[in-house]
Design a binder for this molecule. Structure first.
Ligand SMILES: *Cc1c(COP(=O)(O)O)cnc(C)c1O
Length: 422
């Protein structure tokens, strides 16, 4: 297949890259800081080649797995962690934290608006038939504190909502499928401080999906009791074949472990098979890959702007997640853009994504993801719920030099379909 990119599009791309140089320096600085953090933690934990062998059966005595748990705890500067392939994805890690720590009669407050789509089923707000086995079904009370107009946490309102039975406040760092920016670490810290001032025993939980390693510090450095993330996003570095992580205070992590495996077994079991080395290597590469993903988003933002689209955030932003939102106002443009991203992917580039129903999502979703790890969104990908105002959420990119082709194909597809004139 010969690449045919409009000359004006190529010129605009080069312009976008040139405009982003200051941002690239910032991103490189952040990558360096995170690499420094990780190499120290790997050294402190005396990682050995024998830690990569993995285990079978119960997985007893799997030092590689146990060290990985501790490594994640050390990176987050907390007591305990769990990092493994037995978390099937980010939703599962988050769900384990929620079910592990909430009891009937407890209240969960979503402090940054309605959580990510897949969690509606976990919480039990996705519709009557789907409530079976949800938190609400188990007698957990759920309330939402919406974000303010400008996307900031409504800290006063959040604090005023706290009641006697409020057990946990959950914050979502990344934007999810909404036209807002990711929460900054400072904002998260401020909200946690205010919540703790009302009652210090409220568990402050942060969904760190897409946020991990985008800044020099993590939500746990500003008071979060526990965090969760996915290994086919930031923390897996594009190498972990599957999995998730959590990290936090000992008690909350143990309760989560009891939910992940079984009470008493906690995090002491779990055969790692052949996953240990990949999780270590993925973590080692994660800050670098996150840096490339941030550069990809920054360039996509600038190019989108140059071509006349509304983008969130703009290219100058200090990013707290790897996601770039681009608004299209029409289903045709949105789906064309996603088709283009797929065309520029390394795998399945000849396949055309179509909007469809997906497990855990209420709207039809279009997902462009031609990745080495199936469905990985730290590799270049673009997804969107087919609903107004038709926003594409593009994320990842193992390397900007490759992501370039996904970005170019995406806008070229709009040009070819007569939906964009240069
Ligand atoms: C991706 C994501 C999730 C869910 O993670 P999966 O790995 O897709 O299950 C949850 N919260 C946020 C903010 C996410 O971006």
């Amino acid at each position: 297949m010969a690449y045919r990119f409009d000359y004006k599009l190529l010129t605009a791309y080069e312009q976008a890259v040139a405009d982003c140089q200051q941002q690239f320096l910032q991103i490189d600085h952040n990558t360096a800081k995170n690499c420094e953090k990780i190499i120290k933690v790997l050294n402190n934990n005396k990682v050995r080649e024998t830690d990569f062998y993995g285990s079978t059966g119960y997985g007893y005595g799997d030092t590689g797995r146990d060290k990985l748990d501790q490594i994640m705890a050390d990176i987050m500067h907390v007591d305990a962690g769990i990092m493994r392939a037995q978390f099937t994805c980010g939703t599962h890690a988050i769900s384990s934290v929620l079910f592990g720590n909430l009891r009937p009669g407890d209240e969960l407050i979503a402090g940054s608006g309605m959580p990510y789509d897949t969690l509606h089923y976990v919480i039990g707000t996705a519709g009557k038939e789907s409530n079976d086995g949800s938190l609400i079904d188990f007698g957990v009370e759920f309330n939402v504190c919406d974000l303010k107009e400008d996307g900031a946490i409504d800290i006063d309102k959040l604090c005023s909502m706290i009641k006697k039975n409020t057990k946990m406040v959950a914050l979502q760092r990344s934007r999810g499928y909404s036209w807002r920016n990711a929460l900054s670490i400072e904002q998260i810290g401020e909200a946690i401080k205010a919540v703790k001032a009302v009652r210090s025993d409220i568990i402050c939980f942060v969904d760190n999906c897409y946020g991990t390693f985008t800044q020099e510090i993590e939500p746990t450095d500003v008071g979060a009791d526990i965090v969760a993330g996915s290994l086919i996003k930031n923390a897996g570095g594009g190498i972990a074949p599957t999995g998730g992580y959590i990290a936090g205070s000992k008690e909350y992590v143990r309760k989560t472990a009891a939910r992940l495996t079984a009470p008493g077994l906690d995090s002491h079991v779990g055969a790692t098979l052949d996953t240990n080395r990949l999780l270590y290597q993925g973590l080692y590469f994660a800050p670098i890959v996150v840096g490339e993903a941030l550069k990809t988003s920054t360039v996509a933002a600038r190019l989108g702007e140059i071509l006349g689209f509304s983008v969130m955030p703009d290219y100058k932003a200090n990013r707290n997640d790897i996601v770039q939102s681009i608004m299209f106002d029409s289903a045709d443009k949105l789906t064309a853009f996603c088709r283009g991203v797929q065309k520029g992917s390394a795998v399945d580039s000849d396949i055309s994504p179509e909007p469809s129903d997906m497990a855990g999502y209420e709207s039809k979703i279009i997902m462009a993801s031609g990745s080495f790890i199936f469905g990985s969104s730290i590799e270049i990908s673009c997804d969107a719920p087919l609903r107004e105002p038709y926003i594409a959420y593009m994320q990842g990119g193992l390397n900007l030099h490759y992501s370039k082709y996904a970005i170019l194909h995406a806008f070229q597809e709009l040009i070819d379909e007569g939906l964009l004139k240069l």
